[in-house]
Design a binder for this molecule. Structure first.
Ligand code: FES
Ligand SMILES: [Fe+2]
Length: 392
């Protein structure tokens, strides 16, 4: 970028605003489709960091299992008869067959049996039987347990890390979680789940999440509910003249939901039980976000939480999974309208997924080497800086 690039700040009352000063270069286009670069990102990011996989309530029963694909890795999660969660590479120690082909279910007995030659493993990973008539004298079953993967449960969320020595969980994930500490996430259960495979690189989804320049044309319904989004920003200080309106209580300037609305739902009304531990500010805000790169964000509302999980499947393929978390009492209530919540938020997520796919489709133009970030895209810049730093 030229050095004489003019600062774009128009300051009112001498106050600063949060936007970028300069037209910042976006990431190189090839980083969104080049297979070699994708492999580097898997190795340095997804095969190292703690990743969110699911809420523990989706694996509540003993012997329940789920399988997750992360890049080229397949991870099997299983709850043993003592209620302990275990995570393994989905790979048999005999000749490497996949152990599990279903995405989730419940084991019929307390063994994981390889579908190829039927070696059997206990739910803690120990090899308990082979299918051979006689085992070699120097063969010891104790030498062939399933390959274990680090697993943690935190506030009802289940996380895995594929690294041999995973990074510190507290330093990585828990930092910043005070944003949602008043929500009883561990006591909630998944009322609905939705999965979509998006034809885009995983970074495209995060970049879209990190800006609201797209909001008025991509999300007309959401902009009606959250009027500040209709101005292409998500926070009042994201525009240079914010101080002119700093005493204006209109949600268009202040943020928060439109008058009369309580939560993100089609009707705008909150159904079921409301969380009683929230501050007035958290209630007024309408939505609170907690982000844990690279795999998830949480949107917390007055009556439910939503986890949004991103896992890469290929350079131009990303798995999106959304969980809606409610207090059990809400789901049990007779007049509770689950669709009022899920249909609205699914519409917004689908709009974002389609926008991400649209973005991906233009990236391979021969002349397109990289994009440029506008002042409101400072969170996109922060995300891209995080990626650059992880790849150093
Ligand atoms: S590969 Fe699993 S039993 Fe042979
Ligand atoms: Fe969006």
């Amino acid at each position: 970028m030229p050095d004489d690039n003019k600062p774009i700040r128009k300051l009112a009352g001498g106050e600063d605003f949060d936007g970028l000063d300069r037209a910042e270069p976006s990431l190189p286009a090839s980083w969104y489709f080049d297979r070699g670069h994708y492999e580097t990102e898997l190795a340095r990011i997804f095969y190292r960091d703690w990743l969110y996989v699911c809420h523990a309530s989706t694996l509540a029963e003993v012997r329940s299992f789920r399988r997750f694909d992360i890049g080229r890795q397949s991870i099997l999660l299983v709850r043993d008869d003592d209620g302990m969660l275990h995570a393994f590479h989905n790979s048999c120690r005999h000749r490497g067959s996949a152990l599990c082909t279903e995405s989730e279910g419940r084991l019929k007995n307390k063994l994981i049996v390889c579908p190829y030659h039927q070696w059997s493993y206990a739910l803690d990973g120990r090899l308990v039987a082979t299918s051979s008539h006689a085992e070699a004298t120097d063969f010891d079953k104790a030498d062939y347990p399933l390959f274990e993967v680090a697993v943690r449960e935190w506030r009802g969320g289940v996380f895995v890390a594929l690294a041999d020595e995973p990074p510190d969980f507290e330093a990585g994930f828990v930092r910043g979680s005070d944003r949602i500490e008043n929500w009883p996430m561990a006591e909630l259960v998944v009322g609905h789940r939705w999965h979509k495979t998006m034809a885009c690189n995983w970074k495209i989804f995060w970049e879209n999440f990190n800006e609201c320049l797209h909001c008025p044309n991509i999300h007309p319904e959401l902009c009606e509910l959250v009027p500040i989004y209709g101005r292409r920003i998500s926070y009042f200080r994201d525009e240079p003249n914010w101080a002119l309106h700093q005493d204006d209580n209109d949600p268009k300037f202040r943020g928060g939901l439109r008058g009369g609305a309580e939560t993100w739902s089609t009707s705008g009304r909150a159904g079921g039980v409301r969380f009683d531990g929230l501050s007035d500010e958290e209630t007024a805000r309408g939505q609170s976000y907690f982000v844990s790169l690279p795999s998830m964000f949480i949107a917390a509302h007055v009556d439910y939480m939503r986890t949004v999980r991103i896992l890469p499947l290929g350079p131009e393929e990303t798995a999106l999974e959304v969980e809606w978390l409610f207090p059990p009492d809400s789901l049990a209530a007779e007049n509770f309208d689950l669709d009022d919540v899920t249909e609205f938020t699914k519409l917004v997520m689908l709009q974002d997924a389609e926008a991400s796919e649209l973005n991906q489709r233009g990236l391979q133009a021969l002349r397109f080497e990289q994009g440029v970030l506008m002042p409101e895209e400072h969170y996109v810049k922060a995300f891209q800086d995080w990626v650059r730093q992880r790849l150093q």
